[in-house]
Design a protein around this ligand. Structure first.
Ligand code: FAD
Length: 394
């Protein structure tokens, strides 16, 4: 299998490079119109691009020094769900400003008692004429304090099982009754808070903001989480953003290399691991995992998060005593590494913890039994002890 990028004289590359020559400083609208923001999405939002074209576009964007519009949750997590399940008017209203990065989105999923066990959520949405009245609390909502819209999952029917009776809504974050309380963490960002608590008190969400059918939101929520896992495990070490291990090698080389032979060994190990991740990412693009993500997305995130933690830890050790300073205090070359180190414990928690990802891989890729016997509410070992070995699921 050839995993090199298409050559300089590849016609597709010549075309994309020519576009950037004609648009050296493209506006977000021009990038969206060209289909370069989400080339893997279907037209008219993307180009329905095959894997090689996606890689060429990414490569040429980097070469041109252009930055794509930022809207991680909109573009990365819920946009693809709206493309598939949204009504025509919803797509036309929400997708263009989302892709241009003009309207930021957040994801109102986790609750104080429903994180890994997301389907156990308690926020309720009760239909009352042409609105749903929402009451409840969400937590750890990244970007809530700056988002224009949120994608909300709430219970619309007590249902027979916790997986039924959940609906998927688009919620304007300025509706009366929504209270956003920023939570401080050790990294800061957005006024010292990376995420928030969001309280809903009798919030009237218009019926037209329901995505798909009422009570059918769980499948869309799972699709959102799978998109999230693809998005969070892209090239950059900080959930797809920030530096890569190749950047760390470049920095260390520029500074004359590490004096300590053990740090030198660790740097090489990290580089080797980074190359494996890179090839795995290419393989996943060629398997169209970013178009229809499934359990492979969990595998990719399970590999990428600990890699990120190891590389940030290594960068911290390479900084020596200097690494004890805050990101503002260190030499600017090291600043992304200092802040990345502080963020790195979160890598294996958000978007599915390490344990939850392993459960998905065990059940859906390896065909092992459920970790929890859902019907009986028992762990697998309790279930075995009671002679109820649950069946493996595909
Ligand atoms: C930086 C950051 C940003 C986030 N942003 C968002 C956001 O924008 N929107 C949003 O909705 N949420 C967000 N989250 C929340 C995140 O999705 C949850 O933290 C995560 O799903 C874990 O849920 P929890 O914190 O409730 O932990 P719990 O589910 O209570 O887990 C506690 C521990 O128990 C383990 N555990 C739980 N169940 C099992 C099991 N079945 N088998 C084995 N071990 C298990 C877990 O692995 C973990 O170690 C964010 C989190 C972080 C850290």
């Amino acid at each position: 299998m050839d995993i090199g990028l298409p050559d300089e004289d590849d016609e597709r590359r010549i075309h994309v490079r020519g576009w950037f020559r004609d648009h050296p400083r493209p506006t977000p609208a021009q990038l969206v119109e060209a289909g370069f923001v989400v080339p893997h999405w279907p037209e008219p939002w993307g180009l329905d691009a095959e894997p090689e074209l996606q890689l060429i576009i990414d490569d040429e964007i980097r070469r041109a020094g252009v930055t794509k519009p930022m809207n991680p949750i909109g573009i990365g997590h819920c946009g693809p769900v709206i493309v598939v399940h949204g009504r025509r008017d919803q797509k036309q209203r929400y997708l263009p400003p989302m892709l241009r990065g003009e309207e930021l989105w957040c994801q109102l999923f986790s609750e104080p008692e429903a994180g890994s066990d997301l389907a156990g959520l308690a926020t309720r949405a009760v239909r009352d004429g042409d609105v749903y009245v929402v009451n409840g609390q969400k937590i750890w909502t990244s970007l809530a304090q700056v988002a224009r819209y949120g994608i909300l999952i709430a219970r619309t029917d007590a249902g027979t099982s916790k997986y039924t009776g959940i609906s998927y809504f688009i919620v304007p974050m300025d509706l009366p009754g929504i209270e956003i309380r920023p939570l401080r963490n050790m990294v800061g960002g957005f006024g010292d808070a990376g995420f928030c608590e969001v309280f809903f008190s009798d919030v009237a969400v218009p019926v037209e903001n329901l995505v798909g059918e009422e009570n059918n939101g769980w499948a869309m929520a799972k699709q959102t989480l799978a998109n999230e896992r693809v998005s969070l495990s892209r090239d950059g070490l900080q959930w797809g953003y920030g530096p890569t291990v190749r950047d760390l090698v470049d920095l260390v080389r520029r500074l004359g290399g590490p004096a300590d032979p053990v740090l030198r060994q660790r740097l090489v190990d990290a580089f080797v691991e980074g190359q494996i991740m890179r090839y795995h990412q290419y393989r996943q693009i060629s398997a169209a995992v970013n178009k229809t993500p499934g359990p492979d997305a969990s595998l990719r995130k399970a590999l990428k998060d600990p890699h990120g933690q190891r590389v940030f830890r290594l960068a911290q050790d390479l900084m020596g005593a200097h690494g004890m300073l805050s990101a503002e205090g260190v030499d600017p070359d090291w600043a992304p590494w200092a802040s990345g180190f502080l963020f790195s414990p979160a890598l294996t928690v958000g978007g599915g913890t390490s344990e939850v990802l392993r459960n998905v891989i065990a059940e859906r890729l390896l065909g092992l039994p459920h970790d929890v016997d859902v019907e009986a509410g028992l762990t697998w070992s309790q279930s075995r002890a009671e002679g109820r070995a649950p069946a493996a699921t595909a």
